[in-house]
Design a protein around this ligand. Structure first.
Ligand code: GSH
Length: 409
């Protein structure tokens, strides 16, 4: 169900589901078989090999057979993980629940009926956490933080799982509906639900229904529809005079960077990968130049476009560079982009939304076809709290940036 004439679609050009896109065949359960101890695995493997081919198989034929079998299995798993078009390019499914206005019933202080479901690895959910924090909506919109289960779906924990950094959001229980999984929460809505149970998801605890599960719609709602409840109602991340420019930047950044990293990581052909990776780095090169002389994308004011860019940049060297093969350069090699990243990270309340270990685990341990061993690499230097807290030296770019002051006050 899409918001038919939603303005938001224009701001955030999400491709409609391609008719040629391969269907998701089944839940991700099948992508993560239960691990066996190594000795059981290897003796099982050698028994199967002997049974099939006998002891004297020519090595070339063995390699060919294993390669063909693995490649077909990988293609099958990728088609479940990431729908693609016939050229092998990733085709992101559209969000089912769109909203550009809140239903009349919500929210009227002091009764707050909105509950936000997120997962910390997810860049789309991260946008909603950043805008919620900047607008001072943490009391008005409660949050439940799910964690990725071994099959890649979202699960809740019995209690908060403390992280290494104090104050940073951590996975925990479902505070609104007391369910074990996000799928169960989606299933509570009248009429049920059989689609993808994605984060972010905004839930109405009064009507027991999904308000919206499209991140860009949610950040627009948070920015302008809840000012009666916000601690920072005067912070406007989408002022009328900048709307066209924000839309212009989103039109570049969404396909080439936000979804661009996924187009690299989920490409199923060399051609699709080459196209995605070139578009990604051409755009990053251009952004690095632009942000060398501009505080934010649209000038002196932080906007929704910056929030959308930030949540991809903060994951770049942590996960996209290695796991998604975005290897041409690291974020650290872009002096202006990295300074801009640090600048936004250092805005009060933003750092608490960034759980670096949860991001790494979420990507490396659940995207089985991309990392079959599920080994999570060591955190690259330059990615964590300390590195992002280094001075950004960008104050001279703007004389009018009041963002940080507005948020602290
Ligand atoms: N267009 C959506 C994308 C949301 C999305 O893809 N979320 C992922 C996590 S990064 C998810 O929850 N996937 C679970 C699934 O596909 O089953 C948005 O921007 O909100």
């Amino acid at each position: 169900m899409h918001c038919s004439t939603s303005l938001l679609t224009a701001h955030h050009p999400i491709p409609p589901p391609s008719t040629t896109a391969r269907r998701r065949l089944s839940p991700r359960m099948s992508l993560n078989p239960q691990p066996q101890p190594p000795d059981v695995q290897s003796s099982l493997l050698s028994s199967i090999t002997k049974l099939l081919w006998g002891p004297s198989l020519p090595p070339g034929l063995l390699i060919f057979t294993v390669r063909t079998a693995w490649h077909s299995t990988w293609r099958l798993m990728m088609s479940q993980l990431a729908p693609s078009d016939p050229s092998g390019a990733y085709s992101r499914p559209a969000s089912r629940f769109r909203a550009h206005k809140l239903p009349q019933s919500i929210p009227t202080p002091p009764h707050h009926h909105l509950h936000l479901y997120v997962g910390l690895p997810c860049p789309w959910a991260h946008r909603t956490l950043v805008v919620r924090a900047l607008k001072g909506l943490d009391d008005a919109v409660a949050v439940s933080v799910a964690a990725p289960g071994t099959d890649g779906s979202w699960e809740f924990r019995d209690r908060d799982i403390p992280g290494p950094d104090k104050g940073v959001l951590v996975p925990g229980p479902d505070n609104a509906n007391k369910r074990r999984t996000l799928k169960e929460v989606y299933g509570l809505r009248k009429g049920g639900y059989n689609g993808r149970s994605t984060v972010p998801m905004l839930w109405d605890t009064k009507t027991k229904d999904v308000v919206c599960n499209e991140s860009y719609d949610i950040i627009q709602l948070f920015n302008s529809e809840l000012n009666g409840l916000a601690r920072n109602p005067d912070l406007d991340l989408s002022p009328p005079g900048l709307k066209d420019e924000i839309e212009k930047w989103n039109g570049i950044i969404y396909p080439n960077v936000n979804n661009g990293v996924y187009r690299c990581g989920f490409a199923q052909s060399q051609e699709a990968y080459d196209k995605a990776v070139n578009q990604l780095f051409d755009t990053l090169d251009m952004l690095d130049v632009h942000l060398g002389s501009s505080s934010y994308l649209c000038g002196d004011k932080l906007t929704l476009a910056d929030v959308c860019l930030f949540t991809t940049l903060v994951r770049f060297d942590l996960v996209y560079n290695g796991l998604f093969k975005c290897t041409k350069k690291k974020m650290l090699e872009y002096p202006n982009l990295h300074a801009y990243l640090r600048h936004i990270y250092q805005i009060p309340k933003v750092a608490e939304t960034c759980n670096f270990l949860a991001i790494m685990d979420g990507y490396y341990k659940t995207l089985f076809p991309l990392n079959p061993g599920s080994i999570s690499p060591v955190m690259p230097s330059g990615c964590g709290h300390e590195a992002l807290s280094r001075p950004h030296n960008r104050d001279s770019l703007s004389l009018t940036d009041k963002t940080a002051e507005m948020i602290v006050s």
